[in-house]
Write a protein that binds this ligand. Structure first.
Ligand code: FMN
Length: 191
C-alpha cells in the first residue's frame, strides 16, 4: 500500500475539555488506512503582527508553517464564538497565510467539522471559515456538510462515540475527504 496521506487536524478551541478536541480524537481513531490524522496545535502562536514578522518571525510561526507546508490536507474542527470563528483559529489561518505569496494554505484540500453543545452545530463558524478559503485558494469538501450539534449526545465520557449514527456519519465524512484529496492531488490529464 502507498503511504497514507498526512492530514493536519486543527482544533479551533483551546479548552482542555473541548468537544471539538474530543471529536478530533474520535476522528483520528476512525480514520481509514489511507489517511493519517494528527492534531497540529495552534494555542502557542502569538497574535499575528506584521511588525514581528518583519523583525524575524517567532519560532512558533516557523514551526507551524513548516509542518503545514508538508501536510496533504487539513481538517478543521471548530466551535462557534459569537456566530463566528474563534480568534485562535483565525489567528492560525492568518499566520499560515503569510509572508504574502508563501501561504501554507494554497491548494491544500480542506474539510470542516463544526461542533457545539447547542442545536445549531456551529453553522455560522463553519461558513465563516469557508469564506476565508475562497481567498486562500483552498479546495474545500462540500458534502457531506458537518454541523455537529448536541455534541454531548455524540461523544461519551471516555471519548468514544455515544451512538452508531455519529460513527457512521463521520466514517462517511472521512471517506468523502479521502476521495476529495485523491481528486485534488491527481495528476492533470496529459495534453
Ligand atoms: C466567547 C464565546 C462565544 C460563544 N458563542 C457561541 C455562538 O455564537 N454559538 C454557539 O453555538 N455557541 C457559542 N458559545 C458556546 C460554545 O459553543 C461552547 O462553549 C462550546 O463548548 C465550545 O466548543 P468546545 O467545547 O470545543 O470548546 C460560545 C462560547 C464562548 C466562550
Amino acid at each position: 500500500m502507498s503511504q497514507p496521506r498526512d492530514i493536519a487536524v486543527i482544533v479551533g478551541s483551546l479548552r482542555k475539555a473541548s468537544w471539538n478536541r474530543k471529536m478530533a480524537h474520535a476522528l483520528i481513531a476512525l480514520a481509514p488506512p489511507a489517511l493519517k490524522l494528527e492534531i497540529v496545535e495552534i494555542g502557542a502562536l502569538p497574535l499575528y503582527n506584521p511588525d514581528e514578522e518583519d523583525a524575524g518571525p517567532p519560532a512558533a510561526y516557523t514551526a507551524f508553517r513548516e509542518r503545514m507546508h508538508r501536510v496533504d490536507g487539513v481538517i478543521f474542527a471548530t466551535p462557534e464564538y459569537n456566530r463566528s470563528v474563534p480568534a485562535p483559529l483565525k489567528n492560525a489561518i492568518d499566520v499560515g497565510s503569510r509572508p504574502y505569496g508563501k501561504s501554507v494554505w494554497s491548494g491544500k484540500p480542506a474539510a470542516v467539522i463544526s461542533v457545539s453543545p447547542g442545536a445549531l452545530g456551529a453553522y455560522g463558524a463553519n461558513h465563516q471559515l469557508r469564506q476565508c478559503f475562497v481567498f486562500l485558494d483552498m479546495p474545500v469538501l462540500q458534502q457531506p456538510e458537518a454541523y455537529l450539534g448536541h455534541a454531548d449526545k455524540m461523544i461519551d465520557a471516555s471519548g468514544g462515540f455515544a451512538n452508531d449514527a455519529t460513527r457512521d456519519f463521520l466514517t462517511k465524512f472521512l471517506g468523502a475527504f479521502e476521495a476529495w484529496i485523491r481528486k485534488q492531488r491527481a495528476a492533470p490529464p496529459a495534453a
